[in-house]
Ligand binder design. Sequence first.
Ligand code: CMP
Length: 135
Amino acid sequence: MSKTLAIIKPDAVEARKIGLIVNRLEEEGFRLLAAKHTQLDDSEAGEFYAVHLERPFYEPLKKFMTSGPVLVLALEREDAVAHLRRVIGATDPAEAEPGTIRALYAESKERNAIHASDSDETAKQEIAFFFPALA
Ligand code: CMP
């Protein structure tokens, strides 16, 4: 078993897709270890996305991620990181495989419904960031 972190982003929360997305994750075999419904502030979003600091989309990304509530999920499953990334699809919903969460619910590359950790190492850091008790 391994762990990963997902964030249902402000666009999907606003569109009332939390239930559908969590249902899909459970159907995919993920166990929910912890969940937090919260609104990130600028410093939390900045720290979480620090790896993108030099990218042109860093400021708009922070602005979007702090624009409304999010649901942060710690998830467990066999091969959790790779499986979740398959289930959510490509960053840009126009390129996401049909049936993936982003193909179904994302609006654009910026407003793309869900975040998922991109490696086991990142998953560890991201879970510790939101759920220190699980680290
Ligand atoms: P996420 O998986 O949350 O990680 C970084 C986010 O930056 C990514 O999803 C996108 O929503 C966002 N983003 C915005 N613009 C871009 C871009 N041009 N390329 C990659 N990611 C982008």
